[in-house]
Design a protein around this ligand. Structure first.
Ligand code: SF4
Length: 319
């Protein structure tokens, strides 16, 4: 089946194809009074809590499920048709004071936290993420969360020293890792990253981030999501394995599932340009490649839920 293809189109051209207008020229940054902590609901219900430091995400990925869920983010941030997604970002106010309050009230004690479900954890400003780890380090062990799962395709390795220190300090009630990084890799073809994701790091930068985190002893679960086109998928998987990655998860482009579906406009574009990405037979072939290298490749929602207790996956029969 066809695999070796190029986009031949820029982000602007694909955006225009999807929305019928040119993309906004710049990202509007504002502020939000919203709480940084919410209950884990919907597809995130496996976690006790979710944490978001921003409303909106500057990544601007055209396949992102967030703007297609009307309850996931406000209309002003996604636009009526999803056309504003990636161009409206509100930084939440008083993040560290809010964190402090939640810690002191015991809201986070021994909880599993998914950071973030509806924006990228590491799209947040560096000063804020640094202050967050420092505040967590200074909190009494009994008030700390059991596990923080960072979901990102940006650069959490900018905080690697702080994360590693916290990781070593924390004592976890279930003997699992205090911090897990679920790192999104959708392709190793940078032309697709440039064409489908407005402002996220290129493949080499993501791999460098994963390597740095692994070398610092942080539990990283590469998440091949949404699974795109790869040149030599085996090469990337073997590299990940050599860095100590224990298992991977995978999410194909999704249609007609209960939650977190790929937006319909992007699905229509894929159906026209790259239909094999939605083809079950092709997807099964890719899974065979993944399973030839990793014993455990957890697909779809099960992969997401595995992040709550990733250490148990390694010893379980689940694959
Ligand atoms: S980085 Fe993640 S949250 Fe942000 S637009 Fe891309 S897929 Fe959505």
């Amino acid at each position: 089946m066809r695999n070796e293809v190029e986009t031949g189109q820029t982000y602007e051209e694909i955006y225009q194809k999807l929305f019928g207008i040119l993309p906004p020229k710049s990202v509007t940054i504002g502020e939000s009074n919203a709480n940084i902590i919410s209950q884990g609901r919907g597809f995130m219900e496996g976690f006790d809590l979710t944490m978001q430091l921003q409303v909106g995400c500057p990544g601007g990925c055209l396949f992102c499920y967030v703007p297609s869920g009307t309850r996931l983010t406000p209309n002003t941030v996604r636009g009526s048709d999803g056309q504003e997604w990636g161009f409206q970002v509100r930084n939440k106010k008083n993040v560290i004071a809010q964190l402090e309050r939640h810690l002191e009230k015991g809201h986070l004690a021994d909880k599993t936290i998914y950071w973030s479900g509806v924006t990228d954890a590491y799209a947040a400003p560096p000063a804020i993420t640094q202050a967050l780890w420092k505040r967590l380090q200074n909190s009494p062990p009994s008030l700390r969360p059991r596990r923080i799962v960072i979901q990102t395709r940006f650069r959490p390795d900018r905080d690697v020293g702080l994360i590693a220190e916290y990781n070593q300090l924390a004592q976890v009630s279930d003997s699992g890792p205090p911090v897990v990084v679920s790192f999104s890799l959708s392709t190793n073809k940078n032309e697709f990253i440039r064409a489908w994701e407005r402002a996220t790091p290129l493949y080499e930068h993501r791999m460098q981030a994963i390597r740095t985190l692994c070398e610092a002893g942080i539990f990283v679960v590469p998440t091949l999501s949404p699974f795109g086109l790869w040149d030599d998928l085996e090469y990337t998987l073997n590299l990940l394995k050599s860095w100590g990655v224990k298992y991977i998860t995978c999410l194909f482009f999704k249609e007609n599932t209960q939650s977190a579906n790929t937006p319909s406009k992007f699905l229509a574009y894929l159906g026209h340009e790259y239909p094999f990405l939605l083809n079950k037979e092709w997807q099964d072939e890719q899974l065979k490649i993944m399973r030839s290298i990793f014993d455990k490749v957890i697909v779809g929602r099960a992969g997401f839920l595995s992040l709550c207790s990733p250490h148990e996956i390694i010893s379980s029969g689940q694959n």
